[in-house]
Design a protein around this ligand. Structure first.
Ligand SMILES: NC(=O)c1ccc[n+]([C@@H]2O[C@H](COP(=O)([O-])OP(=O)(O)OC[C@H]3O[C@@H](n4cnc5c(N)ncnc54)[C@H](O)[C@@H]3O)[C@@H](O)[C@H]2O)c1
Length: 328
């Protein structure tokens, strides 16, 4: 049985990646500091769904030297060989990164550095880094290619991810660490992040609350279903040297269209409240995914119409507690 470390395991994507690893017979040490960037009850719910054989959890902050040392001690104590560290722990909101850039750099960059060093200490051969479509900023042409321009970022979040990518490259070059960098594109699905539009739209439409829409709704996003993303993350565990992969659906739609799909599935019209477009929002994301298809054998499988059905059904089933989750 092989052992993986998944950081950010109580998070939206981390919990799905962990579930898939456990379901395929692997062991996982999950790490998370359960930070309060959004309603912690959602993280606790996700964690509660991960119990069972093969899973253990360590409450630790990956951006602090002494806490990462504890992760190392725990892994040495367990004695098994660690196949890979999958680093999904992060501060993840684009807009919030303008309000508190320091914590973004500490978590996303220092945290990545400490985990890369942990790979060296423990002799772990593989590192997977969650990056983001945000690194493309304003300079790249759509559809975004992995070698597209990343020199016009619009948020500290984008910079923290780009810098983490490059730091990982250093560890590949200097120490032979095998690294897959994954640029995820707007991930949605059950138990998603309450600071992102998919969760918010569903909750607000269900509960008859005003739907806050930044801009005119014409901004396009390459929405990608969370199980596709988790599957791609696991596919990226194979040895690649150092590679960057877009993981996106390659089917961008406007925010307005996403909202219409939510309305259709909930069976209720949204009461829209418009605010000016946020300057940290890029107008359009769209992934070219040939590289992931060729090297990882991965493409997104879940069409947006099906994914929104899953998202809305999840909310319907979990509504009693999910409606209490704060979206501010
Ligand atoms: N959801 C998306 O659309 C999206 C898009 C692009 C990239 N990503 C990236 O994917 C990864 C997972 O994102 P997510 O949407 O699941 O976000 P999430 O916020 O739900 O998950 C991140 C988890 O990391 C934990 N964490 C934060 N700081 C930590 C620290 N210092 N130490 C330990 N744990 C810490 C949080 O408590 C949280 O549970 C992140 O790296 C994010 O930047 C997500």
């Amino acid at each position: 049985m092989s052992l993986y470390v998944v950081t950010g395991v109580a998070g939206f994507i981390g919990s799905r990646v962990c579930r898939m690893l456990l379901d395929t017979g692997h062991s996982v040490l999950g790490v998370d500091d359960l930070d309060e960037s959004y309603d912690v009850r959602l993280k606790e719910r996700r964690l509660a769904g991960l119990g069972g054989p093969g899973f253990s959890f360590l409450h630790a902050d990956v951006s602090r030297v002494e806490e990462v040392r504890r992760i190392g001690d725990r892994l040495r104590g367990e004695g098994g060989r660690v196949e890979a560290i999958v680093n999904l722990a992060a501060r993840a909101g684009v807009r919030a990164s303008l309000l508190n850039p320091l914590v973004y750099l500490e978590t996303n960059l220092t945290g990545t550095l400490l985990l890369l060093e942990l790979c060296r200490d423990l002799g772990v051969a593989k590192f997977v880094l969650a990056s983001s479509s945000s690194v493309y900023g304003l300079g790249a042409e759509v559809p975004f290619r992995e070698d597209g321009d990343t020199n016009q970022p619009v948020s500290p979040y984008a910079i923290s991810k780009k810098a983490a990518e490059e730091l990982s490259y250093v560890f590949h070059h200097q120490y032979g660490l095998d690294v897959s960098v994954l640029r995820y594109f707007t991930v949605y699905g059950p138990a998603g992040r309450p600071d992102m539009s998919p969760f918010r739209f569903v909750k607000w439409v269900f509960e008859g609350l005003p739907v806050q829409l930044f801009g005119d709704g014409t901004q396009e996003r390459d929405f990608t279903y969370v199980d596709d993303i988790a599957r791609g993350t696991i596919a990226a565990l194979r040895p690649v040297g150092y590679e960057i992969f877009n993981l996106g659906s390659d089917r961008p739609i406007t925010l307005s269209r996403f909202l219409r799909l939510v309305e259709e599935n909930v069976g209720r019209k949204a009461v829209v409240e418009r605010s000016p477009r946020h300057p940290a929002d890029i107008p359009r994301t769209w992934a070219r995914v040939d590289k992931a298809r060729t090297l990882l054998g991965w493409t997104a499988a879940v069409p947006i119409e099906e994914g929104v059905v899953e998202l809305v059904s999840w909310y319907r089933v979990n509504r009693a507690w999910a409606k209490e989750i704060r979206t501010d």
